[in-house]
Design a protein around this ligand. Structure first.
Ligand code: GDP
Ligand code: MG
Length: 194
């Protein structure tokens, strides 16, 4: 994908606030602070199109971006941040589920997991949901640069085992070194070309 133009369109909570479903769409999900905004910026070759933060848990909105007037990119709200209120936490599930359920232009999901963490109930829940609803998805393991090559292999194997997947399907990624960027695009492109 040659990135000519990438722009923020709008934030939404409810379906009537979503952008018109006119373009194929990719959506990104993951725990707060997993590196989701950084990954989207890396994919789009932008330094700060999507705001990154060292203070997790702030964004509870669905953010729509547009790429080259041909592809819609969606940054879903992060989950699992302990310090947000119970009310905010209770809103996350229905907000994301509603998006996944009704968004007919959604072509694939990108689920981000911090390579240093064990997948939790939210990740298992999302994967079950993707499988049950036949939503194509890829899993990206973020912040690979924080581990040595050897440790990366250990973590990839452990996460693959706990997810019950082949380790080759998991994509190690770093927005710092851009490791994995080309592979993520390659796999996403496969869902975009009919
Ligand atoms: N070392 C390293 N830090 C990262 C990476 N990706 C994100 N971060 C840092 O992790 C924090 C959260 O990143 P952000 O992209 O805002 O995460 P989000 O909450 O998932 O959108 C920020 O301080 C980033 O600089 C990465 O690949 N490597
Ligand atoms: Mg973010």
């Amino acid at each position: 994908m040659i990135i000519k133009e990438a722009t923020f369109i709008k934030s939404a909570v409810k379906p009537d606030q979503y952008t018109d479903p006119l373009y194929p769409e990719l959506a990104f999900a993951g725990r707060s602070n997993v590196g989701k905004s950084s990954l989207i910026n890396t994919l789009l070759n932008r330094k700060k199109l999507v705001k990154t933060s060292s203070k997790p848990g702030c964004t509870q909105l669905i953010n729509f971006f547009m790429l080259n007037n041909e592809l819609s990119i969606v940054d879903l709200p992060g989950y699992g941040y302990a310090k947000v209120s119970k009310k905010v936490r209770a809103q996350w599930g229905p907000m994301v589920e509603r998006y996944l359920k009704i968004r007919e232009t959604l072509r694939a999901m990108v689920l981000l997991i911090d390579m240093r963490r064990e997948p939790g109930k939210e990740e298992f829940g999302l994967i079950d949901w993707f499988e049950a609803n036949r939503v194509p998805y890829i899993i990206v393991l973020t912040k690979a640069d924080k581990l040595s090559k050897t440790k990366q292999q250990v973590r990839i194997k452990a996460i693959a085992e706990s997810l019950g997947m082949e380790k080759e399907t998991l994509i190690p990624f770093s927005s710092k070194t851009r490791l994995g960027r080309d592979r993520v695009w390659k796999e996403l492109n496969a869902f975009l070309t009919p």
